[in-house]
Design a protein around this ligand. Structure first.
Ligand code: FES
Length: 75
């Protein structure tokens, strides 16, 4: 599915970027351009990224995306 309509970024692309070594939202923005236009996709993009990081690094604590926040924290 499309996560970022402005930059035509899909959840698959986000998961692939994480698999290729992207570990921060800043890096994801620079790599794919997600959330660099209107920004409405940021919460969903962060959630997809957090899930992908959890899948990629299952030994790490589960990622938690805080509501109405730009921060992504780990519990
Ligand atoms: S939908 Fe992603 S920047 Fe607008």
């Amino acid at each position: 599915m499309y996560v970022c309509v402005c930059k035509a970024v899909t959840d698959h692309q986000i998961r692939c970027a994480v698999r290729d070594g992207i570990i921060s939202f800043r890096e994801l923005r620079m790599e794919l351009g997600v959330a660099t236009c209107c920004g409405r996709c940021a919460p969903t993009a962060k959630q997809v990224m957090a899930e992908a990081l959890g899948d990629e690094f299952p030994e790490r604590p589960k990622a938690v995306v805080l509501p109405r926040s730009r921060a992504c924290a780990f519990a």
